[in-house]
Design a protein around this ligand. Sequence first.
Ligand SMILES: O=C(O)CCC(=O)C(=O)O
Ligand SMILES: [Fe+2]
Length: 215
Amino acid sequence: MIENTTEKEQTIFDHIGNTIKTDDREIRILAKYEAPLVVVLGNVLSDEECEELINHSREQLQRSKIGGDHAVNDIRTSSGVFCEENEMITRIEKRFSQIMNIPIEHGDSLQVLLYTRGQEYRPHYDFFAETSRASANNRISTLIMYLNDVEEGGETAFPLLDISIFPNKGMAVYFEYFYSSHELNDFTLHAGTPVIKGEKWVATMWMRRQSFRPS
Ligand SMILES: O=C(O)CCC(=O)C(=O)O
Ligand SMILES: [Fe+2]
């Protein structure tokens, strides 16, 4: 009866202790919100990797703007690119897959977003509504990497949990929404708050329930 409602649900992220040892890096676990699970991670990317990701994406952003995609979207005012695979992307995606404990074939392509002053990503869910076709192979977890330090603003806020993560270069926030309780999943509502000073670069990795990438 009552016991059932208090029973802890299984999580995907099952790392123990303060460190995650991936093949090429030791990730630090800094803070955790238990249910829904939200984890703050340190030492996810080196400074050089952050800079490489920004430079790689800056070029593609410029190209896609010339391509004429000026669609205005009030929900997300940032500009983004899905990264084409190269040696660096493949190496860091392998690391993300080990952190997220899901094979990389379940991942959407890594997405890099740039927010300039005043830009934001309004509160949203990363999973698709049950009524949408994409929900047949829905997203189950997210890793957001901060590629630069933001002078002011640009936190990742979880308004229903009352927590916000400040963008710090090389750090990341992980969360998952694969609970059988819809209520827990719904608590992962989150936003990128408006950037007040400086610019903000993030890379986002989303994982799907089933394999998603063509093998
Ligand atoms: O920019 C942020 O802090 C949030 C990004 C985000 O929610 C996403 O990429 O799905
Ligand atoms: Fe999101």
